[in-house]
Ligand binder design. Sequence first.
Ligand code: ATP
Ligand code: ZN
Ligand code: MG
Ligand code: MG
Length: 471
Amino acid sequence: MELDRMDENDWKYHGEGNKSLVVSHVQHCRVLRLLKYPAEDSENPPQTAEQAFRQIQNIVDFTSNVMSCLLGEKFVHSGEVVRLPLEFVRQLSIKIQHQRPAWRCDKVMDIYSGCALCLPNLTSPTLHQPTPTPPLCIEIKPKCGFLPSPKHVSKDIKTRVCRYCMHQHYKVANGKWKRRSLYCPLDLFSGNRQRMHFAIRHLIEEPQNNLKVFKGGQCIYSSKEGSDESPDTNSLLHHLRPYFLRGNNRVNGHMTTKAVLNDFIQVLGNALLSAAGGDGGQVTDRTGEGRSFCEASLFNRERIRHGSQGLPTNNILSRILQTQMLDSLDIEGLYPLYCRVEQHLQDFPKDRTGLQIDGPYDQNFLEKVQKCSMEDDGSVEYAAAKVHQYRIAMTAKDCSIMVTLVPSGEEEDDDEDLSSQKRLRDFRPQAFSSSVSVLDLDPKPLDSVPRQLRLDQKIVSCYLRTGGTLP
Ligand code: ATP
Ligand code: ZN
Ligand code: MG
Ligand code: MG
């Protein structure tokens, strides 16, 4: 990619979140991730080009020095900051504008700084050999997978119903979504096959912004905010059918829609549980603590058979969960420590740098976080370290997992010694090679802490008012 000879015709709209807009290259496996601003600031950008550059460099540093160590290097791509010609960025913004969903247009793409984050395109992996069907990528935004400890929360309901499920009621009450999703993150993070299956099925039924499916780099399945219609599951299954028919048609040429869906969910579950090197021991079994089951989940507890497995270590789900659990005090327990930091910064503004409140996100920052003692010694250093931990946990609660499924090119094993039943069982999981990455690992600013406390209070009181009575 030659940065001085950029042509907007080589790039196309790929997707966006709340904070950034992503365009992908039409040939190379690259994306550019650009910042977004509130539309009312479109005439005068809220920050200078140098500040925008710093912000993106902070994202790169935070991703590579902090999140990558906690989540595992092999899952994380930190990318690099690039400076683009302003004319290119302006033309690009005009070109893609009509493809943006209307409900995202309260923000505009940053056309002033010329800075962007350049990343590998995780939805169109480089292939080493041709595949019978294009790669499938499934993006899951899993959200928080554990319940807070009763020690720190003022409302008992928070120890029984998870944040995601309570937030669903709030979002439906406020019209953000028309229907509540029956997905519960605690089911996904359980490591129990049946609960994971249940969770993924409900992600598919009501994807909201927690699930997207890409085929050959194109998004083929997602939700539209505020829309009355559910996304077209039949169209998704139509896309998926050829991927799952192959392994099966020898035994039975016909495959029901339900079977396609079940196979898809099974392959996705396998990919999420596959370990990434190291030992695959099982430690994260939190069933005993009573903090791994959400009362709002419709999964029937009795269906969990005896000896249900916990979450094996070293896979992506357990790494994300452990990082989320750096939020050990809950927002309610953390808030007084945040206030201690804020008060100190008002008295000694210069300490902002030494406490690394806005970075730099370097080795030293990670050490502060990892060496933080359990005991509060009343110091501002302790308070700042707990706030850092909380912010890292927030990033882990907001990230997305990208699962790439590459159909294997090889033909079925023709070993006649195998019974067709055995061949069927063995074949299906091998029909794909999978890889997993994590994306969207931006650091959260300090002022997100008081905002989180207010939101938490609103969500909990809304749930206590309406909980369980909504459809
Ligand atoms: P959020 O609102 O979730 O915080 P965000 O504004 O921080 O989102 P991202 O989630 O990083 O933005 O990116 C928006 C979307 O662009 C993602 O959901 C994903 O579909 C797509 N995307 C981002 N990075 C990549 C990548 N490296 N490869 C392919 N697609 C990507
Ligand atoms: Zn839940
Ligand atoms: Mg995102
Ligand atoms: Mg984000």
